[in-house]
Structure formats: C-alpha cells, structure tokens
Design a protein around this ligand. Structure first.
Ligand SMILES: [Zn+2]
Length: 482
C-alpha cells in the first residue's frame, strides 16, 4: 500500500508548466501550460493559473500532459496467463481458450485476471478499458469480473460475453437480466456492452441477442473481419436486419470487403484496431489504410496480454509502423517511392484518446483536455530517462519515444491513482497472490505436459533457399586471403 496521503478526496490538483496536448480539433500543442483539476472535472487550462488554497501541485515541467488513453478492446481475464501465448496463432488461441481450457477458469480466476489487467491499465495511463469479457460462463464469473474492475480506480466498460454458449442462449437467460439490474446502475465509472461474434450462418442465430441489446439500449461489440472466423456475411446480416448502429464497435475489421466498410461507414459505427494482435495472430493486415479510405472512426486496443503488452504506446507505435509498411510496399511493388507518409503521429495519439471516447459515445466528456471535461489525465515525464529530451515533437514523442515507464502521474475522474511512477492505494502484492493461485490451479488441472505443449506450439520447418554464393566457396576464399 502506498503511504501517500496528500491526495485527499476533494483536494484540487494542478499540473504546472507542462506541454499539454488537449487533443482538440486543431491538434494544438500548449507549452508552459497548467491544468487545474477540481473534483472530477478539469476546471481550467492555461498559463500560470490561480488555484484554490490547498491545491496539490504536480510539477509537469519537461513533461507531456495528455488525456488518459482509452482501450476499446481487451480480454482482461486473459491477463492471468500473461505472455503464455507469445508464439500462438489465432488457431492455437481458439483451440486453447474456446475448445480445450477456457472452461477451467473459475470465477476467482476471472477475478484475478481482471484485477491485474485493470491495475496494469491504470499504471500505463490507460484510464478507460472495454473489457471484452467472453469468459463469463456463469453469472458468478460475471460478478467476479465486475467486482475486480470496480476494485481498481479506473474507468471500465464490462462487455459481457460467453464463448461457452450461443449468444442467443446466454443473453436470453433470466440470470443475465438479473445481473444487469443488480450491477449496471448507470455508474459513470462502470459501463456495459454486450460482446459476441456473428458467424455469418444464413439462419442468423445471433438475431435474438441483437434484439436483447436493442431492447436494453446497450451497444454491441463484435469481432468482425477476422480471417477464417467472421467476415462480410456477418456484416450483411447485421445490416439487413438493422443492427448496425453508431454505438456498434467492430473489432479488427481486417479482412472485409469494400462493401462491408461502406456499410460500417454509412451506419456510423467505429472500428477498434488491435495492430499488435492483427500482426501476429492473423485476423488480416492491420486495416487503418482501408479504414482511412472509407472515413470510418478508429479507436485502438491491445486485445489480450496472453500475447501482447497492455499499453497503448505499443498500439500507437505498431499502428504507425503497419500503416507505413504497407504504404511503402504497395508503392514499391509498382516501382514508386513514397515521399510523404499518409498516417501521422498526431493521428494515432488522437485514436488512442479521443477516438476511444468517440467509440464509446463519450466524446463530450472524455478523451480530451478542456475545461468542464472529466479529469482523466496523464503526465508523461521521466527525469531519469535519456529519452525524455529534447521534447521537439510531442505527438511523435508520445507515439515513438515514450513508454509505460515514463508514465509519471495518472488521474482518473479527478483522483490521483499514480504519482511519481508509483501506483497510489493499489495492493499489487494481493493481486500477485491471486494470480499465483490461478496459475497453480490451471497448471495442475491441465497437467505439466499439456501446459508446456500449449505454451510451445510446433514450429513449421523452414525451407532454406538454395544460395548460389555457397558458404563453402566463401569460406575457402576467405581462408586463402589470410
Ligand atoms: Zn479480441
């Protein structure tokens, strides 16, 4: 537990003299600027602000002050298996979670994963996360997921899912309705969505689940455009039945036709791009190039820590890299050279902040730094890092230079939850104990052989190409020269 008690409830906070990225339409950069926070709101932004008596002062000199980042798609329960699937493909992921071992997760295991994921998010400056929680095989699991999220001082959206049953079944269960009436109270810090995928089966078995979402007035989030799993047929069914709405968040959307992108654009939905995921799991090429061409709103996400990191610096970096890689490859295939890149650093910072707020319909109060908005604010500053200066291009600095260790202060809903690189009032040791129990349970239930086999998939044989400049010749000629 932290000893820091200076951040009492109701005590205003001012971040003094930072380089502020308000993430407004003009993409302004405000140097030597203060941000004053009173209660749960940003009270003022400007130079040398007068502050109320008793205000806590945080020195933001040489740092970047930006909105808290928003991750619109993360399977938080899977953080209990951090890094286990580093060498997986999507097929191996499906086999492990959907077919073989997902059922082994008890409510306390979902709790442990969600708890660690929530702490990890806040620590890296991700102040809002959509928990695409598809391990909720019973309502006890759902209560555990909610309990964990509500025990951490971040903003979370529980996207309720269950891979062990068809969506029409679990969304139609009375205990699902009961869960919503018990747990979803309109709390600003704890939102709700429904999470399921559309297979493209012409019988449209997901229709009843969409009807439940519509009746409840809840957004649906769905993995759409995942190679070999979901595609254009699902989008068409959703569109034909009127279930594509502005609140709908399409995840990946990496293997869709132009027709599907047109339908998404025309109905006002947004796409959550998980570049690190798409690059190694195989949903399709990270689609920002296509999404930009269809003028569809974008948000960023990390998908799952069973493979990847849980910070949005990685998301911004890989998204820029993938978009630019493709642009160069496309041009070079035609013998051309890209002289001016299309995707800019300020755009991915926008997607990581305001893009997430737009996707969640909360652009009016989250995702930007402006007087009157909710105080979800991050200070990136690290006096001990040689990477912290010079600070010439703040958007480029956030996208390519900064990392989670540089997150100095995090404020969520006006509350300081991290300061001077340390989490405030977060019991990491307790989270560690819970994770250890979950890992012990899974490992002993699976057995050592299955555990190791799951983590170490077979490697396909690599065919080494014939090389006309043979090593033998090289070796003998170099020997001669000596
Ligand atoms: Zn996912």
């Amino acid at each position: 537990m932290s000893e820091r008690t200076e951040f009492g409830p109701g005590r205003p906070v001012v971040l003094r003299g930072g380089t502020v990225l308000p993430m407004d339409d003009r993409r302004q950069v405000l140097t030597h600027t203060d941000v004053l926070i009173v209660d749960d709101r940003i009270a003022a932004v400007g130079p040398d602000l007068p502050v109320p008596e008793g205000t806590v002062v945080i020195d933001a000199t040489d740092g970047i002050v930006m909105p808290g980042m928003i991750d619109t798609h993360r399977h938080m329960w899977q953080t209990a298996m951090r890094g286990y699937g580093a060498d997986w493909t999507l097929t191996q992921y499906f086999v492990w979670y959907y077919l073989e071992h997902g059922k082994l997760f008890r409510p306390e295991d979902v709790y442990a994963g969600n708890l660690l994921a929530a702490i990890e998010a806040v620590d890296s400056g991700v102040t809002t996360v959509v928990d695409w929680s598809h391990g909720l095989q019973t309502v006890d699991h759902a209560d555990a997921a909610a309990d964990a999220l509500q025990s951490v001082p971040g903003r979370f959206v529980l996207a309720y899912g269950n891979i062990q049953q068809p969506p029409a079944e679990w969304t139609g269960a009375p205990e699902f309705r009961d869960f919503i009436s018990r747990r979803i109270t309109g709390d600003d810090m704890f939102g709700f969505q429904i999470a399921f995928d559309v297979t493209g089966d012409p019988a449209f078995p997901e229709k009843a689940a969409f009807e439940v979402a519509r009746e409840l007035g809840v957004a649906v989030t769905t993995h759409a455009g995942v190679w070999g799993a979901t595609g254009d047929d699902g989008i068409k069914l959703m569109h034909d039945h009127g279930f594509m709405t502005p609140e709908t968040v399409y995840v990946h959307a990496a293997s869709l036709s132009a027709d599907s992108y047109h339908r998404i654009a025309a109905t006002g939905g947004s796409i959550s791009v998980s570049t690190e995921s798409e690059q190694s799991a195989g949903q399709g090429y990270p689609p920002t190039w296509a999404i930009r061409a269809h003028d569809i709103p974008v948000s960023l996400s990390m998908d799952t820590s069973v493979w990847w990191s849980g910070d949005l610096f990685s998301a911004m970096r890989t998204t820029l890299g993938a978009d630019r890689s493709r642009e160069h490859m496309q041009a070079q295939a035609k013998g051309d050279t890209v002289t001016h890149g299309s995707l800019r650093a300020d755009q991915v910072v926008d997607w990581a902040t305001r893009g997430g707020a737009r996707a969640l319909g909360r652009d009016h109060e989250l995702g930007s730094i402006e007087a009157g908005k909710k105080a979800d604010v991050v200070l990136i500053k690290n006096e001990h890092s040689p990477v912290s200066f010079p600070l010439l291009n703040p958007f480029g600095h956030v996208a390519f230079q900064a990392q989670r260790g540089d997150v100095h202060t995090v404020i969520v809903n006006g509350r300081v939850v991290k300061h001077e690189h340390r989490l405030v009032d977060v019991d990491l040791a307790a989270a560690r104990r819970r994770i250890e129990q979950t890992v012990d349970h899974l490992r002993s239930t699976m057995g050592e052989e299955a555990w190791q086999k799951g983590m170490n998939p077979d490697i396909p044989e690599t065919t080494i190409l014939d090389n006309p400049y043979t090593y033998t010749d090289y070796h003998s000629s170099s020997t001669h020269s000596q």
